[in-house]
Design a protein around this ligand. Structure first.
Ligand SMILES: [Ca+2]
Ligand SMILES: [Ca+2]
Ligand SMILES: [Ca+2]
Length: 452
């Protein structure tokens, strides 16, 4: 492996947060960066903090050149939950539009001044502004009132957009057609099945030509807003930290790997593997239902292990500092030779097996790459933005930012080859499509798509 900088972008300020997504600019693929010199602000009462620097939006072309830049008003709070964004070509002219939640008043917390903003991705110009229907959560706790997502997908080839509020209690959804007429609305009341996760995968889970989205363990049709099924809805009403669709390489079948935070009933499993119809394949790690938050699995993912020559599902309870490893297909408990709790999987040389990378989003200067055996192979520094597969580069690449240098870099292995196994993971298009939605929640994490 020979890991080098493949692209570099100059942001012009010293960022403490950078998010990014892929943008179709006609024949070219652009990179949108949304960044600020302020720390990430979270809407949770216990995490909300002071900020004094605005968000910036900037688009860059394929060679790393800046195409446009916008500095937002200071009343737009710089954090992923306040300002979700996606790239989606709703008018089907071959160029994505940038969609994001803006605040058009000078009052940072005014709910009624939130709008869905639509930008021309080539110029940054505002080409549409639509109400963000958030009045319905204006009088509940801060944590829920400002927890927003924007995501989209396709119904028989036609694009639709969903605006969403709330994660841990009531959850509201408004779906729009390409002309921004209402397609459907939906409310999932508090106590009615599982709560949301921190990420939202969109894919055609049942291969019927229409995308579904996974909101926590609810599987919902983008066409109608109806729930196709809920994976454990009859008895588990908690919040999942991880809901990750992936394909079982042996059977070719899709599965969904879940890691749960809270929600207690006797013998409630914290790690559950479901098939694509919502039936349990296996389960493990049982909570003590008499203790709050007991057995909270904070992080997990399924990856392809070279050492074990099979897919492994990993989960970690960071409070108790326990790591769990299972055969993804059978649930058989395994040992793994090194700790993965700080790492995320990446197939950097393209051989179909995963290497690993440090991925604590907001820490600067920590990014290191490890081979599939856990040996350090590259110190990249910086802080991770996302993992993807870009341009004609082989294998998978990663994107980091460097606060003091004011730079973003894409790194990759210049000796990589794309194996059949790697290409198969990208064949469905899911992994590419999800790179347009990395401006939502914690969708930047490869945990939602690493093993597809
Ligand atoms: Ca368009
Ligand atoms: Ca479907
Ligand atoms: Ca590899």
């Amino acid at each position: 492996m020979n890991i080098k900088v493949l692209r570099e972008y100059d942001l012009g300020v010293k960022p403490k947060q950078v998010r990014s997504c892929d943008v179709k600019l006609g024949r070219e693929t652009g990179m949108l960066f949304v960044y600020s010199e302020s720390n990430v602000i979270d809407p949770c009462d216990s995490h909300f903090g002071h900020y004094d620097k605005p968000l910036h939006f900037a688009m860059y072309g394929e060679e790393g050149q800046q195409l446009w830049h916008k500095e937002m008003e200071i009343s737009l709070i710089p954090g992923p939950w306040f300002v979700p964004f996606i790239a989606l070509d709703m008018d089907k002219d071959g160029v994505d539009e940038i969609w994001f939640v803006n605040n058009i008043s000078d009052k940072p917390l005014m709910i009624r001044s939130r709008v869905i903003e639509r930008l021309d991705a080539r110029t940054g110009e505002i080409i549409g502004r639509y109400p963000f229907e958030a009045e319905n959560i204006g009088y509940i706790m801060l944590c829920e009132a400002y927890r927003y997502m924007l995501f989209g997908g396709y119904v028989d080839g036609e694009p639709v957009l969903v605006a969403q509020q709330g994660t841990y209690k009531e959850m509201y959804f408004q779906c729009y057609n390409a002309d921004m007429s209402s397609r459907w609305t939906k409310v999932i009341e508090d106590g009615d099945g599982p709560r949301g996760a921190h990420s939202v995968p969109v894919l055609d889970l049942n291969n019927d030509g229409t995308d579904e989205f996974l909101f926590g363990e609810h599987v919902i049709s983008l066409d109608t807003g109806e729930e196709l099924f809920c994976m454990d809805g009859d008895k588990w009403f908690g919040h999942s930290d991880v809901v990750q669709p992936f394909t079982d390489l042996k059977s070719g079948k899709r599965c969904v790997y879940t890691c749960r935070e809270n929600g207690n009933y006797e013998n409630c499993p914290r790690i559950v593997m479901f098939d694509s119809e919502g039936k349990r394949v296996w389960e493990n790690v049982y909570a003590d239902h008499t203790k709050f938050n007991h057995g909270h699995i904070h992080l997990g993912y399924t990856f392809n292990s070279k050492a074990h020559n099979r897919q492994i599902s990993f989960g970690t309870d960071t409070t108790l500092d326990i790591e769990y490893y299972f055969d993804a297909a059978t649930g058989e408990k395994l040992d793994f030779p090194f700790a993965l709790k700080e790492l995320r999987p990446i197939d950097i040389d393209g051989d179909g097996y995963h290497e690993f990378i440090n991925a604590k989003w907001t820490d600067n200067g920590i990014c290191k790459v490890y081979d599939s055996e856990g040996n350090l192979i590259k110190y990249a520094g910086g802080a991770i933005i996302r993992i993807g597969k870009w341009y004609d580069f082989k294998g998978e690449q990663f994107m980091t930012y460097y606060r003091d240098e004011q730079k973003v870099r894409i790194w990759g292995d210049v000796d990589a080859e794309d194996s059949e196994a790697l290409l198969a993971r990208y064949k469905s298009g899911f992994k590419y499509f999800m790179q347009k939605m990395t401006g939502n929640g914690y969708n930047w994490l490869p945990t939602i798509d690493c093993a597809d």
